[in-house]
Ligand binder design. Structure first.
Ligand SMILES: [Zn+2]
Length: 653
């Protein structure tokens, strides 16, 4: 360990990268994710704990803090950020670590040049310009007669003086030269003001203020430095054509697609709440903060961009988009889905909460209070369910129209780039199609005129209802699994179960089972090895011991996925809660059923192909036997789903 740290220090001086680049790397790579790929982690409140990878220990003294972006070992004193960890863990130098992290974060490594240094210095001076301007605009709001109009507006919206100063709200006066004059006394030139977007220069006319008679919202970067402004018109604006909101243009400081309003203040709250709300407007974010909901951000006057989505995913796995119930909100939802689908990766998705028509978070909080708003956020729908609703529940009068809907849906699903996520979306869609077909066949659905409409007689599917079985007298055929579960790989679910309930190892130790378990061959071998050659007494081993053995035997990535699966399944090792409630056994039954089903299905298809090639009694009998077996498995499967939903997906928050 000591040796590593010496190496780290020595190599630091070799090459200097721009500070902004280093910051960008740290902002993009979540330290718990990076370390979680290398060693198993356990969440402990705001931090993660693990066995230290840099010294030998029996109980975890290695902690990781995402918010602060560092790790620390209380045992051996190892300490550092994402770069330090990469260097120490992989035994590589500073430069190599930077290159590795940059490629992971999708950044290209800049070359240290003179112009780069100059650019950084210029950026620093532009930041100072923005700071002085922000302070002056605040002063105009709080202490001038003209600012009265804006102060009144804010009072009517229920904003307290504390909230005003927390968000550093300001007022831009009507005088188009006032800012220039005031800034000149601080030694700030017109050229600088043009560069930060506060002045507009058109050809040979004198430059003038971009923002006039507007309430000013400073837009801050991650380090709370003002980098841009949003300006809102005030009631009674004489120019009827003035846009309601006006933002700073793109500048050297401000790239609106890569920033989010309030990201700096929301970060900590998002880590604490393990939730993040994405609103449409600045006033929404501010109203929520005043009501005590600090973990809200907003995009900057445009639809969410891929970069912004990545920023959100660095903070939480399932950010919640909060959209209006009107047509614009519907369009925003469609856009957000199209944006998010291709980018989905295991564990990361979006929740979408729809507000009542005509309400926004600001008005809702004021009129109905915080609990009403929180209820709407709790009811946020998972992306998969919304995709289904949006495409398939539009009503289709003919089989052809229904087929077209199905085609559209599959095209969207095929847009998902991550193969595992795509696989589970396809499974989800197939399951829903089967469910919808079943419902058309029931008398209830026929009363609805037998329309080709999946929603007829169907209960709204959402994250808290588990499966849709309860609504019809006869349970529908197998299906709809909890969204949380289906987004993870079966392999990690299996591992999570085995760890939660080591006794299962003895139960299912038949080699046959592990041969067909849906996991990579290497894991199968390792598990088999654990069970047979190490002679693990499955009844005697504790979950924690087993997890550590597995961590030694199996590579880091599956273990990381397994930990995610455990969180999604609500596995609580310390309390052994799953064992106590008997959930593990039932879930295990389901998983075994899944495995069996996959195996028999393949065999059945093979038998069918053989039969097609050569028709004889013996081959026909084999095919029929396999079909019967498959049906029996399906019957058992639907029995699982008839019982109460196993996983009430209330693990989101
Ligand atoms: Zn240590």
């Amino acid at each position: 360990m000591v040796i590593h740290r010496v190496i780290r220090k020595q190599s630091k001086g070799i090459m200097k990268y721009p500070q902004s680049f280093i910051e960008e790397i740290k902002a993009r790579v979540r330290i718990s994710e990076l370390i979680g790929r290398a060693i198993p982690l356990r969440r402990a409140g705001r931090e993660f704990h693990a066995l230290c990878p840099f010294h030998k220990e029996k109980s975890p003294s290695f902690t990781i803090n995402d918010e602060k972006g560092f790790f620390h070992c209380f045992g051996c004193g190892a300490h550092g950020d994402v770069i330090g960890f990469t260097m120490d863990y992989e035994h590589i130098g500073y430069r190599e670590a930077i290159e590795k992290l940059a490629s992971e974060a999708g950044l290209s490594v800049p070359r240290e040049t003179k112009s780069e240094v100059e650019r950084e210095e210029k950026t620093k001076s532009l930041q100072q310009v923005m700071e002085v301007a922000a302070a002056w605009l605040e002063e105009q709001l709080e202490n001038t007669g003209e600012g009265e109009l804006a102060r009144n507006y804010l009072r009517e919206r229920g904003l307290t003086p504390e909230t005003r100063s927390r968000f550093r709200l300001g007022y831009a006066p009507a005088d188009r030269d006032a800012l220039t004059r005031a800034m000149r006394s601080h030694g700030i030139s017109e050229a600088q003001l043009i560069e930060v977007g506060l002045l507009i220069k058109v050809e040979d006319r004198a430059p003038y203020s971009r923002f006039r008679r507007r309430l000013m919202f400073p837009i801050r970067d991650r380090k709370s430095r003002v980098i841009a402004f949003g300006g809102r018109v005030l009631p009674g604006e004489p120019n009827a054509d003035a846009p309601k909101y006006l933002n700073s243009p793109e500048t050297a400081l401000f790239h609106k697609g890569r920033q989010l309003f309030n990201l700096d203040l929301a970060r900590r709250a998002a880590f604490d709440a393990r939730a993040l709300i994405v609103c449409e407007g600045y006033m929404d974010v501010i109203a929520l903060a005043q009501a005590g909901i600090q973990h809200a951000v907003a995009p900057l006057g445009t639809a969410i961009t891929p970069e912004q989505l990545q920023l959100l995913w660095q903070l939480v796995d399932v950010p919640t988009l909060c959209l209006d119930g009107d047509n614009a909100g519907q369009r925003a939802m469609a856009r957000a889905m199209d944006l998010a689908l291709p980018l989905l990766v295991p564990g990361k998705t979006l929740g979408i909460a729809i507000l009542p028509k005509g309400a926004d978070p600001d008005s809702l909080i004021r009129e109905a209070g915080r609990p009403a708003f929180e209820g709407i956020i709790r009811d946020a729908q998972p992306l998969a369910a919304l995709l289904w609703q949006q495409v398939m529940e539009q009503g289709a009068a003919t089989p052809e129209a229904r087929a077209a809907q199905e085609q559209t849906l599959m095209q969207k699903v095929e847009g998902i780039k991550h193969p595992t996520v795509q696989h589970y979306y396809k499974q989800y869609v197939r399951d829903r199609l089967r469910e919808a077909q079943y419902q058309r066949r029931t008398p209830n659905a026929r009363q609805n005129g037998g329309a080709w409409n999946a929603s007829s007689g169907q209960k709204k599917w959402n994250a808290t209802s588990g499966n849709a079985a309860q609504s019809s007298p006869v349970p529908p055929p197998p299906i709809t699994r909890s969204s949380d579960m289906s987004l993870l790989t079966p392999a990690s679910n299996l591992l999570a179960l085995v760890v939660a309930h080591p006794g299962l190892l003895a139960e299912a130790s038949a080699e046959e089972f592990w041969l067909h378990a849906p996991m990579p061959a290497s894991w199968q071998q390792q598990l088999h090895h654990l069970i047979t050659e190490l002679h693990i007494d499955a009844q005697g081993i504790s979950s924690v011991e087993l997890m550590h053995s597995l961590a030694e035997e199996i590579a880091a990535e599956p273990i990381n996925q397994m930990t995610q699966a455990m969180v999604a399944l609500g596995v609580d090792l310390s309390k052994d809660e799953m064992v106590r409630t008997g959930r593990a056994e039932r879930l295990w039954g389901e998983v075994v059923n899944d495995v069996e089903r996959a195996r028999v299905k393949v065999e059945c298809a093979e038998a069918e192909a053989i039969l097609a090639a050569e028709l004889n009694d013996e081959k026909f009998a084999r095919w029929m036997a396999l079909k019967a077996q498959l049906e029996a498995i399906d019957r058992e499967r639907s029995r699982f789903y008839r019982e109460d939903p196993l996983i009430d997906a209330t693990t989101h928050g």
